[in-house]
Design a protein around this ligand. Structure first.
Ligand code: NAP
Length: 457
């Protein structure tokens, strides 16, 4: 297992990091457990203040933190600044509302007794996180758990070690107590050992379903609470009465933002037959406007993929999709023998259920398009998937879009806007896209002990 920061635009090795020693792991767990114990007698308002200070640290030094995103995983610098902003927003949201969410709640009287629940901390939570949103994925776990009084230990993706270190540095600069948050460069065996430790009471993973199955199995073995935020094959539905210009613009954004490496990126476009040709022409025109380049150059509009390995994987997957019967409507396979992890956008059609790549998540700028005739067909295609993360519907008739939204089996959907996450709204998937919810009040309940107390006066 290696932790290496390599600039995916030019493949320059920036810095290597050693794996955590077992002693470092033990120290982190000892300090994390001490934080958990100490926070039980600390007013939540103190942690609200510290969380606000963490938000300030990211906000006041946005450029410093943003650059690690561009150099470690290739995010366009403008999108990197936006990620720092979203990170700040999540921290501020829980600093403002977190304590309110975990106030005791009374329940209707039962059996002539009174009843209420308390939300208590449980220990240390292990966060296993992906490289595509290196700060916000971490903050989604850290902010609610910090308010609750749980410590968080982070195992970040191997390719974003500077982002992981920067997050820890930010906590340190914000004056956080020792043990509240610790980044550890763990190997997979150490991940299992941490999950097994009795001081650790939860594991939150965001990543592929393969990693999810392994880490969830380990959590199951040791009876630890877990939440799994996994991949998706989201649909982007364009109905006949949609505003086509707007839908095409947002369809391109939904596939090409972050170079297509977003769990809720649009991966399957389902377009009404009446407007299919018109929409496709406009979608191609939108794709034409994206220019691949250095993510640190303000004029670049399409980022490289996160690594050479990600580029090779997407190349091979796309080759197999085409070999399995799909046709190329736009673009061509990138020559990956050239330096850098760039991947030029493509639009494919003709995916069928007997294609061996059916329902495979393509994590990059490759769109698949279907011509559809009616709602039944849309629902059938959308739901013929092991994934169930998100999706989008574009239509003028909102009631129609809402009826359709109710029938699509996913954890979330958006209408006349592309999928995005917001601190205020729960986020998560069903089926192979995982379980549990992040953000909103649900995000603070996942690793809480929701303790019921009944009493008689
Ligand atoms: P990944 O390869 O599954 O890695 C995710 C994290 O899991 C990394 O920290 C990785 O560490 C770790 N990991 C992998 N296998 C492990 C194992 N056997 N034991 C312990 N840890 C393990 O995913 P990725 O390529 O980084 O991210 C892309 C995937 O994440 C996509 O499928 C995307 O859709 C999904 N995603 C989902 C959401 C959501 O909220 N639903 C959000 C973002 C991304 P190493 O890097 O060291 O291997």
């Amino acid at each position: 297992m290696s932790y290496q920061a390599v600039n995916p635009f030019n493949e320059t090795l920036i810095k290597e990091f050693s794996n955590a020693s077992n002693q470092e792991v033990e120290d982190a767990l000892t300090q994390g457990y001490e934080f958990y114990q100490a926070s039980k007698s600390q007013a939540a308002s103190e942690r609200e203040q510290l969380l606000s200070q963490l938000a300030d640290e990211f906000e006041n030094n946005s450029e410093y933190y943003a650059k690690f995103l561009s150099t470690n995983m290739g995010k366009l610098i403008g999108q990197a600044r936006n990620e720092v902003k979203s990170n700040v927003a999540i921290a501020r949201y829980y600093a403002q509302h977190g304590a309110e969410f975990i106030k005791p709640k009374t329940f209707p009287d039962v059996d002539k007794s009174k009843a209420y629940v308390e939300y208590q901390s449980t220990g240390i939570v292990l966060a296993v996180e992906p490289w595509n949103f290196p700060y916000t994925q971490v903050m989604r776990v850290v902010a609610p758990n910090f308010i609750l009084g749980n410590a968080v230990v982070l195992k970040h993706a191997g390719i974003v070690p500077e982002c992981a270190s920067a997050f820890e540095e930010a906590c340190h600069k914000a004056g956080w107590p020792k043990g509240a948050f610790k980044n550890l460069f763990l190997d997979y065996d150490q991940v299992d050992a941490v999950i097994a430790d009795s001081r650790v009471q939860g594991v939150a993973l965001t990543g592929s379903d393969g990693a999810g199955r392994k880490v969830a199995a380990s959590a199951g073995k040791y009876l630890k609470q877990s939440s799994m935020e996994l991949g998706g094959t989201d649909v982007f539905v364009v109905l006949a009465d949609a505003d086509i210009k707007r839908a095409a613009k947002e369809a391109a954004e939904a596939r090409l933002t972050n170079a297509g490496q977003v769990c809720t990126a649009a991966k399957r476009y389902l377009v009404a037959a009446d407007i299919y040709d018109q929409f496709l022409t406009q979608l191609k025109a939108e794709f034409d406007t994206y220019k691949l380049g250095d993510p640190l150059d303000e004029n670049t509009t399409l980022a490289p993929l996160s690594s050479k390995a990600a580029q090779k994987k997407l190349y091979e997957q796309t080759e197999k999709v085409i070999a399995g019967g799909s046709q190329v409507l736009y673009g061509e396979l990138t020559d990956i023998s050239q330096p850098g992890a760039g991947f030029t956008p493509m639009i494919l059609t003709g995916m069928t259920t007997d294609n061996p790549m059916y329902d495979t998540e393509l994590f990059g700028p490759v769109a698949q398009i279907y011509k559809v005739s009616n709602d039944d067909e849309i629902v059938a295609i959308a739901n013929n998937s092991e994934h169930g993360l998100g999706g989008a519907i574009y239509a003028t008739d909102i009631d129609h879009a809402r009826r359709l939204a109710s029938q699509i089996e996913t954890g979330q959907l958006s209408i006349n806007r592309r999928m995005a996450s917001h601190s205020e709204v729960p986020f998560g998937g069903i089926k192979d896209s995982g379980y549990g919810r992040e953000l909103s009040h649900y995000g603070i309940e996942v690793f809480a002990n929701i303790k019921a107390i009944t009493y008689n006066d």
